[in-house]
Design a protein around this ligand. Sequence first.
Ligand code: BGC
Length: 706
Amino acid sequence: MACATAFGDAFEMERVNARAREIVAKMTLREKVNEMTLATGTLADLKRQFDAGACGHVISALSLADRRAIQEYVIENSRLRIPTTFQADVIHGYRVIAPIPLASACSWDDALIEEAESAAAQEACWFGETLTYAPMVDIADDPRWGRVMETSGEDPYLSGRLAAARVRGFQGRTAADLASNRHILACGKHFLGYASSYGGVDCRMRDFSKREVYETFLVPYRWMIDAGLASVMCSYTGYDATYSTFSPGLRDFLRNELKFDGVYMTDWDTFAHAYRAGVSSSPAESARRAICEGGIGLSMFNAGFTNLIEFVRRGEVKEELIDREAVRSIAMKIRAGLFEDPFGRGDPTKTNGCDAAVLATVRRLAGESIVLLKNDGVLPLSLTNKVWVCGPYADERAEVLGQWAQSGRPEDTVTVREGMERAWGYGEIGWSGDTCKLEWGADTVVYAFGEPRGWSGEGPARGSLELPRDQLDELKRLKATGRKVVAVVFAGRPVLLGEVLANCDAVIYARVPGTTCGDAVADIVSGKVNPSAKLSQTIPRAVGQVPLTYRKRRQWIGFGYVDIPNDPEFPFGFGLSYTTFAYSKPRVVTPSPKAGEAVRVEVDVTNTGAREGREVVQVYVRDEKASVLTRERELKEYASVTLKPGERRTVSFNLTDEAFALYDVNCIRTVEPGDFTVFIGPDSSTTNSVTVHMKDIGRGASRAGH
Ligand code: BGC
């Protein structure tokens, strides 16, 4: 899995660090502390902050001209001509808004996600940005949490693999890519366990165990760090009753366990939050604890770290600590190519409209992100169908962009109506904005509806996962007219679909698709794109089932709910296609692997339908007998295969020790001999399985894997 990446090359890393150390050796204490600060505000504000020694990095919605102006000011007024970085939340696209990460993760398409993040990086560069606060890799098993939309869902393996693809997309694959004017630095967040909240309420912190850290939360960080991740953002919450920003425990996971040597920053204004949370008496105290205890090297945003100058003078903070963080900051700037070309990112000729190539990539990603959940045979519609498009999302431009779309423009959005009209040709589509009059004589209704965008994102939680009542009633009314009804559901999270499923002929889970919304929906509805997306998060049947994940620990007594169903509405990994696939029983090709050798398993997949289609073949493993309580099953591998009608292909997987390893009682990674059930199928509920017996062949303890 490891590849030669921007940071993966140890020699390159050492060269960069040596240069950074040389620069830092010439810096004054004030200049070094400046590297630990992130400023915000207008051009005038930023100049003032620079003059006060607190503008090592910038986060601000500036015009390109202002970005250039502050960079000039910073370089000209800095003794060693040290440039600043421009940081932003490029969470799902920049100008062209891509599907939210929870949706794009449903593509299970590492290559396309890398391509889309690379396109987003290119766009961000045109606007002069240097660093994105992404990927977000919190593992979310509670759909009530508003920020579930920013995650890749409930599974650490899927999240990790896709996060590595996102890092490669943002940063490129080599040091030269990252230093070029088409890539940006990435920042993995939020370290650690931020999704663990009571009732899904943002920042209402729930304690989590060291075991959960190893088994779940560290997993995506290992993937991202292997891919060359430049920086990590601390979470708003805490670990072991210690505020994250001050947590030696988290610092040690990051530096000792993960061996991460990049910049570790706070989240927004956490020095002040610490004061409100009662764990710090002043911003100065926050600054001291953040560096000395939490190992934090960059404070987003505030000048709190400037207090360190006084602490060093008084001998209360060692200057070596400041040197270390300054080296990390300077090294990051070197890697981004800022010393060679501080103005290279920024192209005013590209900041007016949307780039056609980026739009094409994002439309493909949106097509692969939309999950077909139900189809009674009505889809795909034919171009001879008379289609009526209606519902609150039918002509919506802003809502379909999501909360983290600051640089996207609603006027660029293709609405569902426009996409359908393009696909069907003008005059073939009937349209009604707020009422659904059907006098026009449509045979099929496409009803676009769902959660308002303000219901997901940072801050909002939901206590109910129902869709708005009036929309469900309207759906029923439409169904009662006797027309075929296609429900196109928009939502930043898994929502309850029972009433929707009962009152329509097909359900398309569009989520928050972004700028190319209408084209992507029309591609699916018309069959131009055969759906292949698979859920990255379980959809519950009732809100009482959440938190919910297929990765639950094995349960030895069959207790369950008496008033709601026990099984989910749709399992993790589920998604329909316009064709069908049949799986053979899996085969173990190497039943007795030697130590260090992979277990090769394979399965034949046949396209048994009438259309070409892409199938995501998923491999889950269950450890049948172990010294610790294992989980029902865990995703360990997946691969896509595109098959023509009637075509059969053998799909093989090499399962390394990692697929069979557990963390023992001491949290040491090890493979315990015995039987493992390997499931291979279309989703996490598959029973298609084979047994693999792992002999005691000296597989050693290791924590190096994923
Ligand atoms: C969020 C981060 C985000 C930062 C900057 C914070 O409130 O938690 O995820 O990157 O703001 O916008």
